[in-house]
Design a protein around this ligand. Structure first.
Ligand code: CP
Ligand code: NVA
Length: 315
């Protein structure tokens, strides 16, 4: 059974298929619906808040002819201590796919291992692969000159600023390696990419020096094609808010810092944003900020991810 728990779960040919399908779904939006999930129900177990991920998956499942079933973790027995494994086995008897947003990454791995339906990681503390695929697809909309969408990413440089140990930073390190991009991260030294990510890079066969980390944000954005940031206080880290803001404030994406990247560099943010913290409002409003294209493309890209998984599950 094929799952999408991390960026590298799709083989290179499937990656190309996801991007091509995302482009096709976007072009056809509202017409010629493709009923790939007709007669299917896909459950969504969320243990954290969400606007984009929840809505884009619910709408996307509808648009593919399926039925989305949203389950707040605390409303089901999983929230009262039923095991992850029994939950996966029971849901596998009812539904055709499972989309999960949770804290501990091992929870999505255990659900995938115990059930017999495709599982999609809709964000864990470790990774956010749906966002990375969407972001990369959004970049191809600006850069691709032909149908080789993935090829248009090769050699490009992304600079990631701020919380360089968060799920988005980890996922972008894996994503950059997968897409053949260069990545430079800049944040406080205590937030340099951690052991879990390094172990993952090793398992994937990516070199240990497959990313650069610097405490100098201007060095990180030099020659960057994309300047990327995320909130400084991820879900679950609220207790550390005051200290994180103090530590990360030198890494805020100001207009001056953005101007130090390539003259045609794009600004990207997975959202939600906290203007005045990790990014200045002027940068969010810059014509080269493509944050709302990213948000919209969650829908098209995740429909493509579900289509590829559903095709595999039918084999
Ligand atoms: N970017 C993202 O995943 O947004 P939500 O938390 O609103 O789903
Ligand atoms: N790093 C953020 C991403 C939100 C989409 C968080 O985990 O809260």
């Amino acid at each position: 059974m094929k799952h999408f728990l991390k960026e590298t779960d799709f083989k290179p040919h499937e990656l190309g298929e996801v991007f091509a399908l995302a482009r096709e779904f976007k072009a056809k939006r509202g017409r010629n619906a493709t009923p790939i999930l007709a007669g299917q129900t896909w459950a969504m177990i969320f243990s954290k808040s969400s606007t984009r991920t929840r809505v884009s998956f619910e709408v996307g499942i509808h648009e593919l002819g399926g039925n989305p079933l949203f389950l707040n973790k605390n409303d089901i027995q999983l929230g009262r201590g039923e095991s992850v494994e029994d939950t996966a086995k029971v849901l596998s008897r009812f539904v055709h796919g499972l989309i999960v947003r949770t804290f501990d990454h091992s929870e999505v791995e255990r659900l995938a291992a115990a059930g017999n339906i495709p599982v999609i990681n809709a964000l864990t503390d470790f990774l956010h692969p749906c966002q990375i695929y969407t972001d990369a697809f959004t970049m191809t909309e600006r850069w691709a000159k032909n149908d080789d969408l993935v090829g248009s990413l090769r050699g490009r440089k992304i600079a990631f600023l701020g919380d360089t140990a968060c799920n988005m930073a980890n996922s972008w390190i894996l994503g950059a390696n997968l897409f053949g991009m260069k990545i430079s991260l800049s944040g406080p030294a205590e937030f340099a990419p951690g052991a879990e990510l390094k172990a993952q890079l090793q398992r994937e066969g990516f070199p240990a020096d497959s990313y650069q980390f610097t405490t100098d944000p201007f060095l990180a954005v030099k020659d960057a094609d994309v300047v990327y940031t995320d909130v400084w206080v991820s879900m679950g880290k609220e207790d550390e808010k005051t200290e994180r803001i103090r530590q990360m404030s030198p890494y805020a994406v100001s207009a001056k810092l953005f101007a130090a990247a390539k003259p045609d560099a794009l600004f990207m943010h997975c959202l939600p944003a906290h203007p005045g913290e990790e990014v200045e409002q002027a940068v969010l409003d810059n014509p080269r900020s493509i944050i709302f294209d990213q948000a919209e493309n969650r829908l098209h890209t995740q429909k493509a991810i579900m289509a590829v998984l559903a095709k595999d599950a039918r084999k």
